[in-house]
Design a binder for this molecule. Structure first.
Ligand SMILES: Cc1cc2nc3c(=O)[nH]c(=O)nc-3n(C[C@H](O)[C@H](O)[C@H](O)COP(=O)(O)OP(=O)(O)OC[C@H]3O[C@@H](n4cnc5c(N)ncnc54)[C@H](O)[C@@H]3O)c2cc1C
Ligand SMILES: NC(=O)c1ccc[n+]([C@@H]2O[C@H](COP(=O)([O-])OP(=O)(O)OC[C@H]3O[C@@H](n4cnc5c(N)ncnc54)[C@H](OP(=O)(O)O)[C@@H]3O)[C@@H](O)[C@H]2O)c1
Length: 278
């Protein structure tokens, strides 16, 4: 009898729901600084691979009014546009307002997901070409994790090259496992058609390939290592996502190769997006 009363009480309690709530399905911790998670995809959410959305949690109550406001940050959608769920790849900033809490989410929890995807790292913002380069540092790999699984990328390009640089080897693991999965999975390998090349490097821990993306491009080391011709504005297209200094430095290098920055409204040879705001 007591048990029944308890059940009724639980059932009649209102379930707290967030505005634009999305339920967490899975969380993976890659090291003490990085994690990825999957959430349910709202049925109405349409996006182009490479775009970002605002996600977050409710902030702490205002000490005066007790009211809570959403605490939102920009996040690249790391899953491709055809996937049933949405995936995100995140930093854990120790004192970061959002990620100091977001890193503790568990399956079944809810996050806020504003369903308005935007961004410049989309295939439509580039002129047609033969080779597509993804240049990423740190969590800047997230939009490319989406694009690397999109059939449109492989329909439009003969070769797709991912250059990803992190300080330490463990920070490359998310990308390494994803590339391995794309190459071995029955459906994804059919989409990829053997066109994806992967060039990971570290800068502060010993690894078989080392050095900044910028240095490996300027010195020509990446072309030598992959046995390919240098970047040519006739054939090569680029997408850039890293910290502000990285983006600026790589833009100067791409400009030097004769490529021009494009946008959704004016497609050219490369596009850029910040991986975070410094
Ligand atoms: C267009 C866009 C897309 C983004 N996509 C992603 C994404 O897919 N994954 C992701 O983890 N972050 C992404 N970010 C950064 C994200 O919006 C937040 O800054 C991050 O989640 C940290 O939030 P926070 O509130 O904990 O700390 P914030 O107060 O937002 O940041 C505190 C400081 O932490 C550092 N920092 C923040 N984000 C990063 C990062 N990603 N890598 C390294 N240092 C960082 C910066 O120095 C920043 O000043 C993106 C940012 C932009 C502008
Ligand atoms: N990653 C860590 O182990 C670590 C640990 C503690 C704290 N943090 C802090 O977290 C923040 C983000 O660190 P992060 O490692 O994720 O991102 P990051 O500082 O952007 O570095 C990521 C990678 O990008 C390279 N890079 C940075 N600027 C570049 C440029 N202008 N041109 C070419 N390559 C460039 C770095 O090489 P270089 O190594 O040559 O700079 C590194 O390999 C920083 O404020 C950092 O102090 C990081």
């Amino acid at each position: 009898m007591t048990e029944l009363t308890d059940v009724t009480e639980i059932k009649s309690k209102p379930v707290p729901t967030l505005p634009d709530a999305a339920t967490v399905l899975e969380v993976t911790h890659w090291n003490d600084r990085l994690f990825s998670f999957k959430v349910e995809r709202p049925a109405s959410l349409r996006f182009r691979s490479g775009e970002f959305v605002m996600i977050g949690l409710m902030g702490d109550p205002d000490p005066n009014t007790g009211k809570q406001k959403p605490l939102l940050r920009a996040y690249s959608i790391a899953s491709p546009s055809w996937e049933e769920h949405l995936e995100f790849y995140s930093i854990k900033v120790p004192d970061g307002p959002l990620t100091s809490r977001l890193q503790h989410i568990q399956p079944g929890d809810q996050i806020i997901l504003r369903p308005k995807p935007v961004g410049t790292l989309v295939v439509d913002a580039l002129l047609p070409g033969k080779r597509l380069w993804f240049f990423a540092t740190g969590t800047g790999i997230a939009p490319f994790a989406s694009l690397m699984r999109d059939p449109e990328v492989y329909e439009k390009y003969d070769e797709v090259i991912l250059m990803h640089t992190c300080r330490e080897v463990s920070e490359l693991e998310y990308g390494r496992q994803l590339v391995e999965h794309i190459k071995s999975d029955e459906i994804l390998s059919e989409i990829e058609q053997g066109k994806l090349r992967y060039y990971p490097t570290t800068t502060r821990e010993e690894f078989h390939h080392m050095g900044r993306v910028t240095d490996n491009l300027s010195s020509g080391k990446v072309f030598e290592d992959l046995g390919i011709a240098p970047i040519d504005p006739e054939t090569d297209r680029g997408m850039v996502c890293g910290n502000l200094a990285f983006n600026k430095d790589i833009m100067a290098i791409l400009d030097g190769f004769g490529l021009r920055e494009g946008a959704n409204s004016e497609p050219k040879e490369y596009v850029v997006e910040k991986a975070f705001v410094d």
